[in-house]
Design a protein around this ligand. Sequence first.
Ligand code: CA
Ligand code: CA
Length: 176
Amino acid sequence: MDSAEYERKIAHRFAAFDQDGNDYIDRADFNAAAARLLTEFGTKARCDKGQALYTGAEAFWQGMAGIADVDGDQRVTREEFVGGAVKRLRDNPGRFAEIARPFLRAAIAVAGSTETDGSTVATVAAVERALRVLGAEEDVASTAAGSLDTDGDGTIAEADVVAAVAAYFTVIEPDA
Ligand code: CA
Ligand code: CA
């Protein structure tokens, strides 16, 4: 992979976190993501699902800051993202899954439903909507949501989303 391709892939991942587009990742981006999801799915912030989503967003931010905010200014710059989030997590993808899981679980609950075992599941269409409201382009959201439905039953389980998100942010590979 040439450096231009690598830079482009990193830029996409950075932009996915930088929800307000001000060129750094901070707590406000995670809160913005939570707010967008709640609005899209008509869920109030002041309910169990809404609170779980904000709690998950805060945990995700704290985890991201712990890994990538090298200078401790409560902002993750592009340089910090590349050096910390991408390089360090590449060696430990399980760590990313761990910090992202509470947010993803809560997001899927907002978009879908909670199973009796506490895990969450959503339809392919709902996951596509969630990805679009978080800034993914239409075709990207559609392709990504479709590929998450590995058994083709029209629904996507929490574990599949966590694994896919962890892989997306920790494994930067050339296009096939
Ligand atoms: Ca931002
Ligand atoms: Ca920083």
